[in-house]
Design a protein around this ligand. Structure first.
Ligand code: ADP
Length: 285
C-alpha cells in the first residue's frame, strides 16, 4: 500500500529552509515516499533536549494525511517527547529546547509568530489517563467550541462529536450528568469527543489505552480505525500488538533515534533493521 524509497524525495524540501540530511545512518531509515500521500506533519532533523540531555535525536519523518501512524519503542526512547512537540505541549517544560524543523502543513510549528493555541485546536491531543473536566458530559464536549466563540448549534455539535467518538448511544440520556460518572473507557471516548468537537485536523494520542481494560481498549482501537477517515492520527504506544492492529505506518524509536519507519506490515513482518527485528521479537524492551 505504501511505497518506500531509500532516498528522500526532493519534494520534501520545497519551501523549507532546513539543511538536507547528510549521508548518515539516517538515510538508512526507509521512509514512505512523500508523493504517495500528502504529508500533514513533517519532522526534519529534529532534536529535542531537556537541558543537556537529548531525548530525541536527529529525527526525520513524514506523518501522512488521514492515516494512523504509530510510534513504538521501549520506555524512555522519546516517543512522548516527539509526539508532544507536534502540538507544542512541551512548551510548558522550561528546560526543553528543539532544533531542526517541525512543520504542520508546511508551516513551521516553532516559528515564533505561530500561535500555539490555534495549533492545538488543529492538532488535538488525547492523553494516557482520561482527563475529563469536572463538568457535565455535555459541557465537556461543548467546552472548546464555547470558548472559541462557536455560533452554530451546540447540541448538534455535541451529538456529532459524541457519535464520532462512538459514545452517543451510551450517554444520550445523561448528557447533564457528571463526566466522572462514566467508566474509564467511556471517559477516554469523551476526551476523544472533546478533541473532535474542536474540528481538528490531527489527533495525537499518547498511550490512550494504557489505563483501560481489554474491552475498553478494543472499543478505542475500533474508534481509531474509524477516525482516520476524517483525521490524521498519531498514536504513541508501548503495546506492539496495538500498533500492529490499528496503524498503517509504524515508526520504531530507540534511545532517542528513529531506527525505522515504514508500512506497519513491513515493520512487523520483514523489518529492514536488526534492532527493529530484535524489538518486535521481544529480545529487548
Ligand atoms: P517514552 O515516551 O518513549 O517513554 P519520553 O519521551 O517520555 O519517552 O522520555 C524520553 C526521555 O526524556 C527519558 O529519558 C525521560 O526520562 C526524559 N524526559 C522526559 N520528560 C522529561 C522532562 N520533563 N525533563 C527531563 N527529562 C525528561
Amino acid at each position: 500500500m505504501v511505497m518506500v524509497s531509500d532516498t528522500r524525495s526532493e519534494r520534501q524540501d520545497e519551501g523549507i529552509s532546513a539543511p538536507i540530511a547528510p549521508p548518515s545512518v539516517r538515510q538508512q531509515v526507509r521512509l514512505p515516499r512523500a508523493d504517495v500521500t500528502e504529508t500533514t506533519i513533517r519532522a526534519k532533523r529534529v532534536t529535542i533536549r531537556y537541558g543537556d540531555f537529548a531525548a530525541v535525536r536527529d529525527v526525520t519523518l513524514d506523518i501522512p494525511d488521514r492515516q494512523v501512524t504509530a510510534i513504538i519503542g521501549p520506555s524512555g526512547c522519546g516517543k512522548s517527547t516527539l509526539l508532544r512537540a507536534m502540538n507544542r505541549m512541551n512548551d510548558f517544560i522550561p528546560t526543553m529546547s528543539l532544533s531542526g524543523t517541525l512543520t504542520y502543513r508546511g508551516v513551521d510549528i516553532y516559528a515564533s509568530k505561530s500561535d500555539a493555541v490555534d495549533l492545538r485546536r488543529r492538532i488535538g491531543m488525547v492523553f494516557q489517563k482520561p482527563n475529563p473536566f469536572p463538568k457535565t458530559i455535555f459541557k465537556n464536549v461543548a467546552w472548546g467550541a464555547s470558548i472559541n466563540g462557536f455560533r452554530g448549534n451546540l447540541h448538534e455539535l455535541v451529538e456529532r462529536a459524541l457519535r464520532q467518538a462512538a459514545l452517543w448511544d451510551e450517554v444520550k440520556d445523561k448528557l447533564n450528568k457528571s463526566a466522572f460518572a462514566l467508566s474509564g473507557g467511556q471517559q477516554q471516548r469523551l476526551c476523544i469527543a472533546r478533541a473532535v468537537a474542536l474540528q481538528p485536523d490531527v489527533i495525537l494520542m499518547d498511550e490512550p489505552c494504557s489505563a483501560l481494560d481489554p474491552i475498553a481498549t478494543a472499543k478505542i482501537e475500533d474508534l481509531i480505525d474509524e477516525l482516520k477517515a476524517l483525521y490524521t492520527v498519531v498514536l504513541v504506544t508501548h503495546n506492539m500488538q496495538q500498533a500492529a492492529r490499528v496503524s498503517d505506518l509504524t515508526a520504531f524509536m530507540y534511545m532517542g533515534e528513529l531506527i525505522e519507519f515504514d508500512a506497519t506490515d513491513t515493520i512487523f513482518t520483514k523489518p529492514n533493521q536488526q534492532r527493529t527485528q530484535d524489538y518486535i521479537t521481544g529480545r529487548f524492551g
